[in-house]
Design a protein around this ligand. Sequence first.
Ligand code: XBP
Ligand code: MG
Length: 265
Amino acid sequence: MSQLEALIFDVDGTLADTERDGHLVAFNMAFEKAGLDWHWSVELYGKLLAVTGGKERIRYYLKDFFPEERGQEFSLEQTKPGETDFAAFVAALHASKTEFYIQLMADGAVPLRTGVVRLIQEARDAGMRMAIATTTTPANVTSLLTHTLGAESLDWFEVIAAGDIVPAKKPAADIYVYAMEKMNLKAEQCLAFEDSYNGVLSSCGANLKTIVTINGYTADDDFAGAGATLVLSDFGDPEQPMTVLQGDCDDSYFSLKTAQKMFQA
Ligand code: XBP
Ligand code: MG
């Protein structure tokens, strides 16, 4: 049996509830700034999360959720009136969304989830290697980490694999495979942390044992079907126990010791 060498963390939904309180808010701010009358509700955004990647999500919205009677205004084949290039229009809108997101993080809009700081600190103290594998834009990861853990935390992660660095986003396994390649590690040496069905498909697709912490958007996802080892409410803390939703674990909070146990099981 191999030894546990590294923890690989997803970001959105796993480290922090960034989808509802960060990305969604930033998308709507960007739409308003661009003079668009689009507004994504918390509920609609839950449906749009089926597609990973912000640019891809905007396209999905226009394709499947944009009011049919307005179909002529925006279609993936057509350009926006006055725009020469639809891809450029989406890219600019998304870049504006990223700016708003970074500002929200700087304002401290989204804290890290329960137990995240403790687990990362335990891993650091033990000399455990750490990486990030996320679909979101690299600048978003930098801003979240900087404004929660401090700028020095960027160096705690050996690899920050993010966004368009791989051609196929989650649920494809590519981003996890990329992170492991960069660390020169095999799946049998790592444990992944995810929050969503698409995320678990990605990590398990890379043959990684995966621990899930759910959130409001992902509570009903089919994690067993996707191959998760353990499904938790959150990582918990000594004074704030976690709930084990699927899988076997007697610990009241998820520690590095728990990680070792789950890895060996
Ligand atoms: C979540 C995503 C991202 C974010 C938006 O990534 O799918 O697309 O919702 O970020 P993960 P961008 O759970 O893998 O961290 O707009 O920068 O794509
Ligand atoms: Mg996620």
